[in-house]
Each structure stands twice: as structure tokens, then as C-alpha cells.
Design a binder for this molecule. Structure first.
Ligand SMILES: *Cc1c(COP(=O)(O)O)cnc(C)c1O
Length: 447
């Protein structure tokens, strides 16, 4: 059976599917490419109206034709046609996925997974994990469920160092790769095989937000759970806050437990947001290719500039883990990247690998601020993953709550700028970055 349909059936306790497209979904999931699945799975024409685009189903409750006799929907927190449809799409595009569960935000997704671990569990987490994840682990779960977390540099730790961090009660390994904002890469396959050899059999979770299901398929690399902040690339238009979990077919019992918590905790997304996010998903493959090609061009322009100290983009051949970036590409991204390399050759200086770049501008906080207020197209703002380009200063914005000493250890200096490269025209973005660098450089000349 196709994994994608499992999700819909799972969400409908009586086994009724909310669409009549069962066979169509199976064929899409097994035969079709990424973009085809993103557009078709979960978006079958409505059986009652034949509408090609799903209606937004705002009803909170559903008529029963006899007690307990319904079409799989009883109350909208427990299941909603738009949420089920989006979950089916997500399960179909995250390779290796069978179950998907949508939540009201990436953060509530994280909270629900950690709650599922129960009392007094131990987690091993990548050291520069997303700030909100760090906050939930150390300030909420630590207090409410006795969660212990060991933060480990999972990029550089040796096998024995990773194994030494495991305890008898280690239930979860939390990986985020590339990390934020210094874009370090963790070898998911290596960490997963270490974790699965440990006596406590911890689950391996990957926060795949930065690369999206297009560039990286953690479940194929051995992970047990994928987390996304759909707020970023998956929705892609900076107008929805939402999160999701995706699990493989062999984790039916865990998916069931998380489904129970999704309903019991109730941090579920609205039907309208699910509809918007599903619309966003349909262009994910097109957007991710454009994000990647634009980011590579901007990274190359930054590399050539005398006003830049260091450029961090894992797709650049100069990135210390560029070979790992290539090795860990999803099969669909690999096909795109290989074609890109064939067309552009070594002159490209690397390959598209998502839309996030960090760089150190020559100078300090003043030059960084001048750059950030001189761009015309890159908007100075937090967040990432939308079609529009954004730029920010991690030391004072997204990572401002990290103590300065720790920030220094993580390499988050006052001159480190993070770019979320959008899908505008490549030459416009390159020109914008170049003129803003000149503006910042003229500031230091004036001083
Ligand atoms: C934004 C983000 C989150 C949190 O998601 P929200 O939707 O903002 O709650 C988690 N992980 C990563 C990597 C993120 O970028």
C-alpha cells in the first residue's frame, strides 16, 4: 500500500477516506516525481462538486447519520478535510514518509514531540539548535517533565564522543542540519547508525526546515521523525505559521501516539492556514530550485567582494562540508544538481543547496548595520524561506538571547549577516548585495 494514503485512513477512524481518489493517490505516490506529487496528492478533485481546487472547510462539526455513523470527521480539532489533505501531501513529498501530522506552529510541533517522551527522559541535541527548540528543552520540558538535554557538536564529535553522550534513558537525538546561522552540516546517516546501535534505542529526529523536503530526505538517511516549520519554505509565502511531523511506515505506533497528542493537546492549525500551506507546497520544487540557484549566485558575488571576510554556503566548493552536502542530497535534488553541474561546470563554483547564506562583512556592527539598511530588495527582517529576500543580524536579532560568550563560541559575531535569498531575478539580487556592500565599505572609509 502506498504510504501516502495511510495518512488519510489513519486520520479517519472508521476507515472512510474523504476523497474517492484512493487509486490515483497510490499511483502518484509510487510513480510520479516530487513536483507531480506535490501538486496532485491530497488535491484530488472534490467528489461532491468536482471542484479542482479543494474547498476551505470551516465547519467545526459534522453531521452523523446515526450515532457513530459518519464520514470520518466528527469535530474539527480531531480531523478536518483541509488538514487531512495537507498531511497527505506532506507524507507524499517527504521521501520515506507515511504519516504526517500538522500543528499550529513549528514550535508546538517541537513541544508535542518532546511531550511524547514522557517524564525524566534524556535528549542529545545538536549544540546550535534553533533558539525556540533550545528554549523549550531547557526552560519548559526541563521543568515540566524533568527532561535532561546534552548539547553536542554533532558535526565535529567523533563516533566515540557521540556514543559517550548516550545514557540509559536517552530517548531522542535531535538533529538540525544545516545549523542556524552558521550553516554547519551534520551527517544524518552517521548519527542515525550510531543512535540505532545504542542500547536505549533512541529515536533520531531531524528538523528539516532549512532545506525542505526538496533538498534533503532525512527518513531515507535513517531518521525516524522529520520536523518542519512549515512557516518557512514549505508554505513559502510568509503568510502562515504552522509546523508538521512526518514519520515512516514502520513507526505506525509512534504516529498513533503523536496523533493522540495532536488532538489531546489541541495545538492544531486552522483549515484556512492548511489550505494556504497546501497551495504553497504545489510550487515548492520550483521555488527551491530558484532559491538554490539565486543563493549560489549571491554567494559567488559575496566571495568575489573585497568587503567580505567569509561566505558560508554549503553548496560552495569552498565550504568545508561541500562533499557531505552533495552526498546527502535527496534523489530529486541530486537529479536537479547534476543537471545544473552539467550545464554550468566548475565555473559555477558549487551547486544550489537551499536559499540560506551567512557571511562576515569586513568591519563590525556598524558596517553590518549599514549593509542591512542599504539593501533595496533584501528586507531587514527575521524569518526565512519566503519568495521575497530577507536579511538579518543574528547577534542582535534571531540569536540575541544567547549570552555573548556562547555566541562567540558558535561563531555568531557582530559582523555575521544571514540572508534568506528569495526567488526574485538573480541579477537584481546580486546587484542589490553589491551596492549594499559598497555602501557599507564607504562607511568605513569615511570614519
Ligand atoms: C522557525 C523555525 C522553527 C520554529 O517554527 P515556528 O513555525 O516559528 O514555530 C523551528 N526550527 C527551525 C529550524 C526554524 O527555522
Amino acid at each position: 500500500m502506498s504510504p501516502a494514503i495511510l495518512n488519510g485512513e489513519h486520520a479517519a477512524p472508521n476507515g472512510h477516506s474523504h476523497t474517492n481518489g484512493t487509486h490515483a493517490i497510490k499511483e502518484h505516490a509510487s510513480l510520479d516525481g516530487f513536483g507531480t506529487r506535490a501538486i496532485h496528492v491530497g488535491s484530488e478533485p472534490d467528489p461532491s462538486t468536482s471542484a479542482v481546487i479543494p474547498a476551505i472547510s470551516l465547519s467545526t462539526t459534522y453531521k452523523q447519520h446515526g450515532v457513530g455513523n459518519h464520514k470520518g470527521f466528527e469535530y474539527s480539532r480531531s480531523g478536518n478535510p483541509n488538514r487531512n489533505a495537507l498531511e497527505a501531501t506532506l507524507a507524499a513529498i517527504e521521501s520515506g514518509g507515511a504519516y504526517a501530522l500538522a500543528f499550529a506552529s513549528g514550535s508546538s510541533t517541537t513541544a508535542t514531540v518532546l511531550q511524547a517522551l514522557g517524564p525524566d527522559a534524556h535528549v542529545v541535541s545538536v549544540n546550535d539548535v534553533y533558539g525556540g527548540t533550545f528554549r523549550y528543552m531547557t526552560r519548559v520540558a526541563a521543568e515540566n517533565q524533568g527532561l535532561q538535554t546534552t548539547f553536542v557538536d554533532l558535526e565535529n564529535a567523533s563516533d566515540s564522543e557521540v556514543l559517550a553522550s548516550f545514557r540509559p534513558n536517552t530517548k531522542l537525538i535531535w538533529i538540525e542540519t544545516p545549523t542556524n546561522p552558521t550553516l554547519r552540516l551534520v551527517d544524518i546517516a552517521r548519527i542515525a547508525s550510531l543512535a540505532h546501535s545504542a542500547p536505549s534505542k533512541p529515536l533520531v529526529l531531524v528538523d528539516n526546515t532549512f532545506l525542505s523536503p526538496f533538498y534533503q530526505s532525512p527518513l531515507v538517511l535513517g531518521a525516524d521523525i522529520v520536523v518542519h516549520s512549515l512557516t518557512k519554505y514549505v508554505n513559502g509565502h510568509s503568510d502562515v505559521v504552522m509546523g508538521a511531523l512526518i514519520l515512516p511506515a514502520h513507526h505506525a505506533a509512534l504516529a498513533e501516539k503523536l496523533r493522540f497528542l495532536q488532538n489531546a493537546v489541541g495545538s492544531v492549525p486552522s483549515a484556512y492556514d492548511c489550505w494556504l500551506a497546501q497551495r504553497g507546497v504545489k510550487t515548492l520544487h520550483l521555488r527551491m530550485k530558484a532559491h538554490g540557484a539565486n543563493a549560489l549566485a549571491v554567494a559567488r558575488a559575496l566571495q568575489k567582494s573585497p568587503h567580505v571576510e567569509e561566505v558560508i554556503y554549503p553548496g560552495l566548493t569552498s565550504h568545508p562540508r561541500n562533499d557531505l552536502a552533495y552526498r546527502s542530497l535527496s534523489s530529486h535534488a541530486r537529479a536537479y544538481v547534476d543537471r545544473f553541474l552539467k550545464d554550468h561546470g566548475d565555473a559555477a563554483g558549487g551547486f544550489p543547496y537551499g536559499g540560506m547564506i551567512s557571511f562576515r562583512i569586513r568591519g563590525g556592527a556598524a558596517e553590518a548595520e549599514k549593509f542591512l539598511t542599504s539593501t533595496r530588495l533584501f528586507t531587514l527582517a527575521e524569518s526565512l524561506g519566503g519568495v521575497e529576500s530577507l536579511a538579518e543580524l543574528p547577534a542582535q536579532m534571531t540569536h540575541g538571547s544567547i549570552p555573548p560568550a556562547e555566541r562567540a563560541l558558535l561563531g555568531i559575531g557582530d559582523n555575521l549577516i544571514r540572508l534568506s535569498v528569495g526567488v526574485e531575478e538573480e541579477e537584481d539580487l546580486v546587484a542589490d548585495v553589491e551596492q549594499a556592500l559598497e555602501a557599507a565599505a564607504s562607511l568605513s572609509r569615511d570614519l
